[in-house]
Design a protein around this ligand. Structure first.
Ligand SMILES: Cc1cc2nc3c(=O)[nH]c(=O)nc-3n(C[C@H](O)[C@H](O)[C@H](O)COP(=O)(O)OP(=O)(O)OC[C@H]3O[C@@H](n4cnc5c(N)ncnc54)[C@H](O)[C@@H]3O)c2cc1C
Length: 326
């Protein structure tokens, strides 16, 4: 029997007692004995949107976000710049109310576009292309993550979310209704703070799963690298073929999230409003992952970017540094 059915079968008295218990638990959330009601580990997009979400639903809940990187972030950060799908665009624009920011600081995306391999890939117009000829009604975006996170951070602060600088080192869990204690480090200084709820939004770092030994090996052996080039890579200019050019009735191929795909590799290109292009390369180890970064480049027709100088502009997700050639 589900919860709703169980409640409907309760007597009026039992239902009232249950409501009283829930109310008393919720009022604990406002208990001044803790520094905050909710502490969020990490200050990336998940943390900041969650903070705004809680703020919208429970305006008096005291929220702390703990993040090591100082704000405002440089535009080029550890995440290179990304493409939203319809549901995340809807969430950011219509639910969190970021419509103005999205339309003025980011690029409207012209959907996904895939180019599958054709012979030596020397002519983009000969590759099989899967993508829209015009904008689809559901508006989506190519996101500059530094810009988005700065905006979310600014909104959190103006809505009274506390933000502390530091890296969370450990969480000591309080039993029963006692508060949890979070230790975080900023330089040499270690601070402690308490909360009734702790949310781990530390991304790939997985702060709590590591502390609780919840990490499990992932047998999927796949490798990726990503970086930004400080220039626009315009896929739409890679061929003058009139049939290929005429296939689009509006927009511009460079506004799509462009994917160059073939057996063992996948390259994506995302043009960003800041004028850079974010590039990702995923390769199966069988395709000689790191060699692929070089090996695929000749097929990225027109690739003429200069890697940006920031050390944050590149990253890698390799499971093993250099996978064995097979
Ligand atoms: C190359 C690449 C391309 C991608 N492309 C897309 C895309 O096109 N579209 C899309 O929707 N998604 C994409 N993603 C996925 C997307 O980036 C992630 O899903 C998203 O960043 C997760 O957000 P997050 O806030 O959970 O984590 P993160 O953005 O990683 O944020 C985690 C935050 O926690 C902080 N932190 C870490 N450890 C601690 C600690 N101990 N204490 C305090 N703070 C800590 C970090 O500093 C960071 O700010 C891509 C990812 C990669 C790697």
């Amino acid at each position: 029997m589900d919860g709703r059915a169980q409640v409907s079968q309760m007597s009026q008295e039992t239902r009232e007692a249950l409501a009283q218990r829930i109310r008393s638990r919720l009022s604990h959330a406002d208990n001044p004995a803790t520094d905050h009601d909710v502490s969020i580990v990490g200050g990336g997009v998940a943390a900041l949107t969650l903070a705004l979400e809680i703020r919208g639903a429970r305006p008096t809940t005291r929220i702390l976000v703990i993040e090591p990187n100082a704000h405002p972030l440089p535009e080029i950060i550890h995440t290179v710049g990304e493409s939203t799908v319809e549901v995340s665009a809807h969430y950011l624009r219509d639910h969190l109310g970021l419509a103005d920011h999205l339309s003025t600081s980011h690029i409207r995306k012209m959907g996904l576009r895939m180019f599958f391999s054709h012979e030596q890939n020397t002519d983009i117009s000969q590759r099989m292309e899967l993508g829209s000829s015009s904008f689809v009604p559901q508006v989506t975006y190519q996101i500059d993550r530094g810009r988005l996170e700065n905006e979310l951070n600014r909104r959190c602060q103006s809505e009274g979310v506390d933000i502390a600088a530091g890296r969370v080192r450990s969480v000591e869990f309080g039993s029963e209704n006692r508060p949890h204690t979070i230790s975080f480090q900023n330089g040499d200084a270690v601070s402690r703070t308490t909360a009734r709820w702790v949310v781990d939004a530390s991304g790939r770092n997985r702060m709590l799963p590591r502390q609780l030994h919840l990490k499990r090996a992932n047998e999927h052996d796949c490798n990726s690298v990503w970086f930004r080039v400080a220039t626009e890579i315009d896929v739409g200019q890679w061929s003058d073929d009139p049939t290929w050019q005429g296939r689009l009735v509006e927009g511009d191929r460079a506004m799509s999230t462009n994917h160059l795909m073939g057996e063992g590799y996948w390259v994506w290109l995302i043009r960003l409003a800041s004028g850079a292009t974010s590039v990702g390369i995923v390769a199966d180890p069988a395709f000689h992952a790191f060699g692929t970064v070089v090996g695929v480049q000749p097929s990225v027709e027109g690739f003429a970017g200069r890697p940006t100088a920031s050390p944050w502009s590149a990253g890698s997700l390799t499971k093993s540094q250099v996978p064995p050639r097979r």
